[in-house]
Design a protein around this ligand. Structure first.
Ligand code: IPM
Ligand code: MN
Length: 351
């Protein structure tokens, strides 16, 4: 029997509560589908930082490399200045574990939860593949004449051929394997950002020659946000850079029903990947047993698929769909008609 080592970082705010429900579902799935796992909890996050003044211990990255996958709740604490934990934990792990893909499925499970008029589940079903290791997130830049009236702040988007190509290749392979229409759209800004997107465009067109079975398309990022609202049914798989991917996937989360259901994976196809609900730590709901755990549970399903437990992953996703369609009144915290722990129990029951 397979035995997986899973690192669990509940993190801040409602992170630990939603991860707890995810682990409840994982435990039930392991019984049902015949695999074992060992979950090791880490206390990384804002509370630990405030207590120890250390964002991540030196041992964290080498330690985490020994796991099959990482299950993350949320990072972000109201008493810690914005940026410290995000950079020091979330982005640090993405970079140091070389999780160069950020995979964000956008799937509407029930039209009741879609803010767009007349859009049905068949219309909103695509995946965003966000480059996760470069671009503006590389943090390159400088101040000139800081604090004076002649101040200049430079923030550079750093794109390497190798980094762009591995992301684009992943996107083509993903489209071939999972794309429902076998269509890959590159979302960029070739008309203005003429260094970065020239490299992306050339690489995309070159790699495309090896995938004659895939239809390719291109959309500027501003137009992409328009199509997400007007014609989301045009998309199948989208590949984009780190910054644009960050922005369009928040919009993606909204059209699929909100942060309560949006899950994502930080993937290193050759290494250790990390799965998270993308909604953040929601401090005002902490400890109230009202937050929606479905995004975290769905992230757990993605984790299982990544380690190879496809059937268990699919079963969890189906149970999430059933519970969402047949039980929940709303996907927002406090409006579901059930508590956080009850929603976890319902997913277990329908597994
Ligand atoms: C996300 C988040 C992070 C990002 C923040 C918290 C650093 O918004 O996962 O999309 O910008 O990538
Ligand atoms: Mn984001």
């Amino acid at each position: 029997m397979k035995n997986y080592k899973i690192a669990v970082i509940g993190g801040d705010g409602t992170g630990p509560e939603v991860v707890k429900e995810g682990l409840k579902v994982l435990a039930a799935a392991s019984q049902k589908f015949g695999f074992k796992y060992h979950a090791h909890e880490y206390d990384f996050g804002g509370a630990r930082y405030l207590r120890t003044k250390e964002v991540l211990p030196e041992s964290a990255v080498p330690d985490l490399k020994t796991f099959d996958a990482i299950y993350l709740g949320a990072i972000g604490h109201p008493d810690v200045k914005p940026g410290i934990l995000e950079k020091g934990i979330l982005l640090r792990l993405r970079f140091d574990l070389d999780q160069y893909i950020n995979l964000r499925p956008v799937e509407l499970y029930d039209e009741r939860f879609c803010p767009l008029k007349d859009k049905k589940p068949a219309d909103i079903n695509f995946t965003v593949i966000r480059e996760n290791s470069e671009g503006l997130y590389k943090g390159l830049g400088e101040f000139q004449n800081k604090g004076t009236k002649d101040e200049v702040a430079i923030q550079v988007s750093h794109n390497t051929r190798k980094g762009v190509e591995r992301c684009i290749r992943y996107a083509f392979e993903y489209t071939r394997k999972y794309g429902k229409k076998k269509k890959l759209t590159m979302c960029g800004k070739t008309n203005v950002l003429t260094f970065a997107w020239d490299l992306w465009e050339r690489t995309f067109n070159e790699v495309a020659k090896e995938y004659s079975d895939i239809t390719t398309d291109y959309a500027h990022v501003d137009a992409t946000t328009m199509w997400f609202v007007k014609n989301p049914e045009w998309f199948d798989v989208i590949v984009t850079d780190n910054m644009f991917g960050d922005i369009i996937t928040d919009l993606g989360a909204m059209i699929q029903g909100g942060m309560g259901i949006a899950a994502g994976g930080n993937i290193n196809p050759e290494g250790v990947s990390m799965f998270e609900p993308i909604g953040g730590s929601a401090p005002k709901y902490t400890g109230k047993n009202v937050i929606n755990p479905l995004a975290a549970i769905a992230a757990g399903a993605m984790l299982l698929r990544q380690v190879g437990e496809t059937k268990a992953g699919d079963a969890i996703e189906n149970s999430v769909k059933t519970v969402l369609r047949t039980k929940l009144k709303d996907l927002a915290a406090g409006k579901m008609g059930y508590s956080t722990t009850e929603v976890g129990d319902l997913v277990v029951k329908h597994l």
